[in-house]
Design a protein around this ligand. Structure first.
Ligand SMILES: Nc1ncnc2c1ncn2[C@@H]1O[C@H](COP(=O)(O)OP(=O)(O)OP(=O)(O)O)[C@@H](O)[C@H]1O
Length: 359
């Protein structure tokens, strides 16, 4: 087990905080490894802003890792430090085996070719065709014309736009533009794809198709993906593991199924929120019990909970049941006459569910 914030007091120590980094991959064998990274900005008046505060993170090769955090948590700074666009104040940043903090300018340019970037908006060049947009970074990198042509055709095919190479950005939908952005990011065969809010500007259906594409690309090319997002639905749909960034530190982290199994963790609550209950509920004299359960294949838990609810005369007034990774996670809201609530909570605890009376 490793502390996600070595050398400092962990903010959240539970299973997610402590086990996570060991399970999310040790520094050895990781495609991305940040160790004790500190980034301090100094403002003109001399004020210091500690944007990253001892951040440690390991992302295993070939995985899709989500980073979530509120505004100002340090997400953009993290991306800039990962790509060495911003020097770190302290700590180590390794991408594809290279220490990004120790490279000379020429080596850094080469190292950056190993990192593809996808942004919220594809930022395509309007005066160039789809194919020319994808070829652009290859031309800058000095790739010969014939090879560029071949790569562009492969990339267009990969993102499902084989017949749109001659189209201009104005002739493409938002989702198609983002596909071109992904093709452009992958054209130079990066080892890592950094996606900064890649679906924030898209509708839910297009979001789904872009996330499916990212997953498909990972499966086919083996690229390691980091997705910065504020949308938990993105994490639910596509990520193998997730970290919660807060005030420049990773406060929770781990594979999705472990994170959601720790029902006390914030990520678990965010990924599978407590269900709403109908207006007028509970009735006079009833209590609401919030139940959280995790089941795995061969170890069912939901049936036990429902049997206990039925046995004690409780009603189910709200609920969600999600499959995330190999875990099935349930959140139920039960109503029961208040005097029976303690008995129901005890019975649920005995079958491994977490239950508490809603205040
Ligand atoms: N160039 C800079 N100079 C000074 N302070 C900065 C600079 N860039 C970021 N910060 C500060 O560092 C902290 C982290 O900012 P950052 O932009 O990394 O957060 P974020 O999680 O990306 O936020 P958002 O989601 O709003 O983009 C904030 O307090 C911000 O004000």
């Amino acid at each position: 087990m490793s502390d996600p914030n070595p050398g400092t007091e962990p903010i959240k120590a539970g299973a997610v905080g402590a086990d996570a980094l060991a399970d999310a991959g040790s520094a050895e064998g990781s495609m991305i490894s940040l160790r004790d990274v500190v980034k301090v900005y100094t403002l003109r008046d001399g004020t210091q802003v500690r944007a990253l505060d001892g951040l440690t993170l390991n992302v295993p090769a070939g995985s899709i890792h989500g980073i979530v955090g509120t505004s100002g948590a340090g997400k953009s700074t993290l991306i800039r430090c990962l790509t060495a666009l911003e020097p770190v104040t302290h700590g180590e940043v390794r991408v594809a085996g290279q220490d990004m903090t120790a490279l000379r300018p020429r080596e850094l340019r080469e190292a950056r070719r190993r990192i593809g970037m996808v942004f919220q908006h594809a930022n395509l060049l309007d005066s160039r065709t789809t194919a020319q947009n994808i070829a652009y970074p290859l031309a800058l990198a000095g790739v010969a014309k014939g090879e560029r042509h071949e790569t562009v055709a492969q990339m267009l095919d990969l993102v499902g736009l084989a017949d749109r190479g001659g189209s201009y950005p104005s002739q493409l939908s938002g989702g198609q533009k983002q596909r071109v952005g992904i093709a452009r990011a992958l054209a130079d065969q990066p080892a890592v794809l950094l996606c900064d809010e890649p679906t924030s500007a898209l509708d839910p259906e297009t979001t789904r198709s872009i996330l499916d594409l990212i997953k498909d690309v990972r499966d086919r090319l083996g690229v390691t993906v980091v997705i910065i997002t504020h949308e938990m639905s993105v994490v639910r749909q596509v990520c193998d593991s997730v970290s919660l960034l807060e005030a420049g530190r990773i406060v929770e982290s781990g594979p999705i199924e472990e994170v959601v199994s720790d029902v006390d963790s914030r990520l678990s609550h965010e990924l599978v929120p407590v269900p709403a209950i109908p207006d007028g509920s509970p009735a006079e004299g009833d209590a609401v019990i919030d139940v959280a359960l995790t089941a795995h294949p061969g170890q069912p838990a939901a049936a036990h909970v429902l049997a206990i609810a039925s046995e004690h005369g409780a009603d189910v007034v709200g609920g969600v049941f999600e499959t995330l990774g190999r875990a099935q996670v349930g959140r139920l809201a039960l109503t029961v006459p208040a005097e029976r609530a303690p008995g129901v909570v005890d019975a649920l605890a005995a079958v491994g569910a977490t239950a508490e009376v809603r205040s």
